[in-house]
Design a protein around this ligand. Structure first.
Ligand code: CTP
Ligand code: CA
Length: 230
């Protein structure tokens, strides 16, 4: 095969990918959000489709990106909506990859009307509550035996130690750890990462296009399929 051309080794597989970043509304015009562009999740979707998979892409606030061809796209806004969509799609999935940046907290109260400032009054503090941990939940309650679950983590310090601890905490099979800093990774077309396996494996991925990291993820996922029936 020519370089860059892959065997359709995901044919007959259903993969679910979350992408983008959740937005947690405060009122009808404001939200708490994050800087995730969705590019990594979209690259995972394109590469999986190119390798023959049926792809469900749960996309949180990714309207700036073009819809990938041949992919079932499910748009969502909040972490709670993302959880519903992922759990539904995961029911018959061979692999679930959580590339979305899920807000850890959401405002405790949603104001049905726009929050107004008042002369001479200090702003009200914003109370937050925890969002569900979707990756931990799908890792714990595998919807089918042998389902492979992959998480992503962006870390700024002690990248490998934090990644190892997070992999164990989440209970997933693979965790892609990105080192982030000023202008690194978020919104960029290229990334540098290491993929940690629950089996102790460590796969470094050099700085390069998100498609290359995506194909490495699918290689590691298909390794974990082998032995299981298609
Ligand atoms: N994740 C999730 N649900 C959440 C938070 C995170 O499914 N409520 C998933 C993300 O999609 C990602 C992985 O968990 O695949 C790691 O996210 P990260 O924010 O690094 O993990 P946290 O446990 O939230 O750790 P931290 O306190 O460092 O933010
Ligand atoms: Ca988090």
């Amino acid at each position: 095969l020519a370089r860059g051309v892959r065997e359709p080794d995901l044919t007959g597989r259903h993969v679910v990918i979350s992408a983008g970043g959740t937005r947690e509304p405060l009122d009808p015009v404001r939200f708490l959000g994050n800087r995730s562009s969705g590019k990594q999740g979209y690259a995972l979707a394109r590469t999986a489709a190119a390798r023959g998979a049926r792809v469900t892409l749960i996309a949180a606030n990714t309207t700036a990106l073009p819809d990938p061809a041949g992919v079932d796209l499910v748009p969502v806004g909040t972490a709670v909506q993302l959880r519903e969509a992922v759990l539904k799609a995961a029911a018959d999935a061979d692999a679930v990859v959580m590339a979305a940046a899920v807000a850890d907290f959401r405002p405790a109260v949603y104001a049905a009307g726009k929050i107004k400032k008042r002369d001479g009054q200090d702003p009200e503090p914003i109370s937050l509550v925890r969002n569900p941990d979707i990756l931990a939940e799908i890792s714990r309650d595998r919807a089918r035996p042998g389902q492979v679950v992959v998480g992503f983590a962006a870390e700024t310090d002690d990248v490998l130690a934090n990644g190892r601890a997070k992999l164990r905490r989440k209970g997933c099979d693979l965790l892609v750890v990105n080192e982030v800093g000023e202008s690194k990774t978020f919104g960029e077309a290229e990334s540098e990462a290491v993929v940690l396996g629950a089996d102790g494996s460590e796969t470094p991925v050099p700085f390069g296009p998100k498609e290359v990291l995506s194909d490495t993820v699918w290689d590691l996922v298909t390794d974990r399929f082998s032995g299981a029936s298609a």
